[in-house]
Design a protein around this ligand. Sequence first.
Ligand code: 13P
Length: 219
Amino acid sequence: MNSLIIANWKCNPATLKEAQELFSEIKENIINKDIVICPPSIFLPSLICDGINFGAQNCFWKESGAYTGEVSPQMIKSIGCKYVIIGHSERRTIFNESNDEIKSKIKQAKKAGLIPIVCIGESKNQNTFEIIEEQIKDIEKDIILAYEPLWAIGTGENASIDKVREVREYLKDRKVLYGGSVNSQNAKDYLEIADGLLIGGASLNAKEFIKISNILCDI
Ligand code: 13P
């Protein structure tokens, strides 16, 4: 797998018009095509196009049925997505998603033919490897993991290169991306260790995201 640069727009931007403007600037200027854009699900059908990979930020653990408000992996696949982010720490903490629920989502996503990008990572006072062990228990190896320590998300604080290397080595037989306050200044250092990047804030700035994505062309 080539290194992947994944944009997690989270619950941004607030309107379809802004999402279209952001995406068209990225699309026109991107050289490296190993990127994945994960906008809010509602914007996906208006943005999906040939030549760029798309993903959803979450999915349900059933294919269909009486589950008001949910979006299934089969639906996500049917509109042209290739990936789905599962178990982001914001979903684990704000929406109380458990490891069991995350496992069910991974299973259904794989059944639908999507590639799950599963987020793992510890909060400040937790032991990294204890938490990672709990989070990856019974999860097969044919998925992508994104190591995103909670204290590095949206804070401007980064995991040290040594820490990411340690996690990478611990999970040596898996694909591991890094996420947490990545920007165009630090992206190259992480790309030399990890299999790619999961980018939040910086992916909402087209110029910054393009700069990060095109770093791969120089490595
Ligand atoms: P930031 O890049 O804003 O720290 O967010 C990281 C993240 O949560 C990506 O999923």
